[in-house]
Each structure stands twice: as C-alpha cells, then as structure tokens.
Design a protein around this ligand. Structure first.
Ligand SMILES: [Cu+2]
Length: 212
C-alpha cells in the first residue's frame, strides 16, 4: 500500500506539471492531433468557426488513492497504478477527431476502449453506457445497428513491447453538449456480433473527459 501511495504522490506531481502544457491552448491540441495518422489538419486553426478542443492528461490510480483529476484503475494487474493516459479531442465542421495515447500498460496486449456518457466514479459502472450518436431505444445496447464504431466511439488499442499505445478515431458527427464524459479502458477488444456488439469485457480503468 505504501508503494501505491508513493506512486500516487509522484504521479500527481507529474500530472500537475503536465496539465498546464496539455490544457494550454486550442492550437496546441490541434497540432498534437495533426501529428497522428488522421489526415491533414492545420497546425493552428482560427478560433470561432465552431472549433472545440479538449485535452486531458493523467495517471491512473486506484480510487482509494486518487484525487479528482486522476484517472482511475479498477484492476491494477492489467492497468497498473501510474500508467498514463492522454486524450485529445478536436471537433470542427460537424466532425470529431479523437486521439488516445497510453503508457505503462502490459506489453503486447489488446485492450478495448470507448467514450462513455458519465464521469468516472469509484465503481466501474459509474461511467454509464457508451455514447451513441443515434441512441438505441433498447438498453443495454447490443444491436450492431447502434453499437458500432461509426455510431459510438471505439478506441481499441494494442500496446507495443514497452506497454505504449496510440489510437485515433474520426466521426462525422459531434457530441451532444454534456453527453460524453469519459473514456473507459476494457479487458479485451470490442466485439461486433449481434447480442454482444460493443461489449469488451470488464471495465479496467476510466478517465473523466469533458468532451465538447
Ligand atoms: Cu466501454
């Protein structure tokens, strides 16, 4: 427990140093996203044309050790305390791009990840269901007509030999205000079969993100 508490203190110190840079400016977020394999984007877009950018940078800690800005890990065997996460959203012209980066996870392992509707909480289920552009009238939604990578935001990733991963998505719609509030990391890749579409096993970790 002492090691976890020490890691928590160290991680939070780094988070505080990095938070200022990550949240500094819209152009910085746009530039960061533009470095990913999501197609061309200007290094600095003019504000005021509906452009919205959100960036969050945090470390995962168990709920008992975490402060409000920390990510939460519910399974420290698969998402160790001190693993890092960066989420960048750039929304513009009716579309939304997301970039997810992770460090400190298990090497060579595939995880599922999605945007969920509610902020993270002490319990994994607190993050609510997946965000859906067109909401499935039947909940929980396991119908591939609604639970798919175009109607939801799926950010599944596979780590490299050092436990790092990057993934990007691009949707041709924007989030409803206040409707998308977290990224949840899951146990395995997201399935697409009828009756279990969108499922990805246990919720391992969560970061609250105020998507716009
Ligand atoms: Cu999910």
């Amino acid at each position: 427990m002492q090691a976890v508490a020490g890691a928590a203190r160290a991680a939070r110190a780094v988070v505080r140093r990095r938070a200022g840079a990550a949240l500094a400016a819209v152009p910085a977020a746009v530039a960061l996203l533009a470095t990913g394999a999501v197609g061309p984007a200007p290094a600095a877009a003019p504000a005021g044309d509906g452009l919205r950018a959100v960036a969050r940078d945090a470390y995962f800690l168990p709920p008992a050790n975490a402060e409000p800005d920390d990510g939460l890990t519910y399974d420290t065997a698969l998402v160790p305390a001190g693993a890092g996460i960066t989420v960048v959203e750039v929304a513009r012209d009716g579309g939304t791009r997301l970039r997810l980066s992770l460090t400190g996870l298990l090497p060579g392992r595939t995880y599922g990840a999605h945007v969920h509707t509610r902020p993270c909480g002490a319990a994994p289920d607190d993050a609510g269901p997946h965000y859906q552009d067109v909401r499935d009238p039947v909940q929980p939604s396991v119908d591939p007509a609604y639970a798919n990578a175009e109607n939801e935001v799926w950010l599944d990733f596979t780590t490299d030999h050092r436990g790092k991963a990057h993934t990007t998505t691009r949707q041709d719609w924007r989030f409803r205000p206040g409707g998308a509030r977290s990224v949840v990391v899951h146990e395995h890749a997201t399935t697409t079969h009828p009756g279990e579409a969108g499922m990805a096993g246990a919720r391992l970790a969560c970061l609250s993100v105020p998507f716009e």
